[in-house]
Design a protein around this ligand. Structure first.
Ligand code: GLU
Length: 281
């Protein structure tokens, strides 16, 4: 089977070795199967994304020898697609507006008896779920900002849960249980979409049939699979790879300036050396 894979960085920092590892895995999977490797720029967060980071993504990838099929999909150019999805969900009573601030949510959770560190502790307590239409309208009229949240109970009732699985390379079928995530945000107050909504739709619209990404995103695949079922989108197979660490065993992140491709390039490393470093740590 031809694998259509993608690399989907956010231009909120320079690419580091961890990104190159991820891109290499996706690139190799596509090449080995005579498939395609695509590029997507996940730039919905206008406050954190910068043009110089995006520019550097193209430069780094080209310098490393990656080439991608078709045009690059920049999420910020597709807000109307996400709005259409939200209105579909709204028509089916699967989302609701949430006016809570972070502070209010934290206070509400602290008041409940959830033990610290439990997942239930991070889950939205559903405060705005049962607001009356009149109250909701009053807040819209007052110009109060709002996010849109998935009504998890309605969502679970709308699908056949027994068929909610995804295929993970070398692990087989994984049964999904999105309920513990609660009423997740699908459109943020500051941007009319969210990572979960955009990534799920874009993988489908780009024809991605094999998602290669870091292990840190394994659990949220339960949410993505649910959204695929609700929006009638195809389900790709997944491979969540291990995360590469620095010499102290700490996971690499955007904060590790030394490991950016830009700085390695500047320090005279050759592309093959950087690809090797990304592969073997
Ligand atoms: N944009 C995400 C990141 O840079 C990757 C999302 C994904 O692969 O699903 O971490």
């Amino acid at each position: 089977m031809k694998l259509f894979t993608r690399f989907a960085p956010s231009p909120s920092g320079y690419l580091h070795l961890g990104h190159v590892y991820s891109a290499s895995m996706a690139y190799e999977a596509a090449q080995k199967s005579d498939g395609k490797f695509l590029l997507r720029i996940e730039d919905i967060d206008a406050g954190r994304c910068r043009p110089e980071f995006e520019e550097s993504i193209y430069e780094d990838l080209e310098w490393l020898g990656f080439s991608w099929s078709g045009s690059v999909r920049r999420q910020s150019e597709h807000m109307e697609d996400y709005a259409a999805l939200l209105s579909k969900l709204s028509d089916r009573d699967l989302i609701y507006s949430c006016f809570c601030t972070r502070k209010e949510i934290a206070a509400e959770i602290a008041q409940s008896n959830a033990a610290p560190h439990e997942l239930s502790n991070q889950v939205y307590p559903g405060t705005c779920r049962s607001l009356s239409e009149k109250e909701r309208q009053r807040r819209y009229d007052g110009g109060q900002p709002y996010a849109l949240r998935l009504n998890m109970v309605n969502a679970m009732a709308a699908i056949d849960l027994s068929r909610l699985t995804f295929e993970e390379t070398s692990k087989g079928h994984i049964a999904c249980d999105p309920a513990p995530f609660g009423d997740i945000v699908l459109a943020r107050k500051d941007t009319p979409t969210s990572y979960h909504l955009a990534v799920t739709f874009d993988d489908a619209i780009q024809g991605i049939n094999h998602v290669v990404r870091g292990q840190d995103l394994f659990t949220v695949t339960h949410i993505h699979r649910l959204l695929q079922a609700l929006l009638d989108l195809p389900t790709p197979s997944y491979f969540h790879h291990g995360l590469i660490a620095d010499h102290t065993g700490r996971r690499l992140s955007k904060r590790d300036q030394d490991a950016t491709i830009k700085s390695l390039r500047g320090n005279g490393y050759q592309p093959e050396e950087v690809l090797k470093m990304a592969k073997y740590g």
